[in-house]
Design a protein around this ligand. Structure first.
Ligand code: FES
Length: 108
């Protein structure tokens, strides 16, 4: 099952759930969270333009690719962003991201 990884997701209400997601599909983390019925507006469709897919990385940030300029510029507009903030739509996970832990922050 090397194409399946576990992610710990904390929702806005503090509910923690461990989900298993495939890494061999062409979907970003925002799309995968939506597939798990997390309420993420994603009004820009994954273009790094709306920030409604804002998450914080609680553990595992060292295994993620660095944010690009577009993502950093969008995160800069958020009053509640921190140095752990990312846009889920800009994250494509692989087997090195097993046990990633995130906190959903995006506004509704
Ligand atoms: S879905 Fe709009 S910024 Fe990620």
């Amino acid at each position: 099952m090397e194409n399946i990884i576990s992610i710990n997701v904390t929702d806005r209400d503090g509910t923690v759930q461990q989900i298993e997601i495939p890494t061999d599909v062409n979907m970003n983390l925002m799309e995968l969270l939506k597939a798990w019925d997390y309420n993420i507006l994603a009004t820009c469709g994954g273009m790094a333009l709306c920030a409604t897919c804002h998450i914080e990385i609680l553990e595992g940030a060292e295994n993620l690719a660095d944010a690009g300029d577009l993502e950093l510029d969008m995160l800069d507009t958020l009053p509640d962003a921190s140095d752990r903030s990312r846009l889920a739509c800009q994250l494509h996970l692989n087997s090195s991201n097993n046990n990633l832990s995130i906190n959903i922050k995006g506004s509704l």
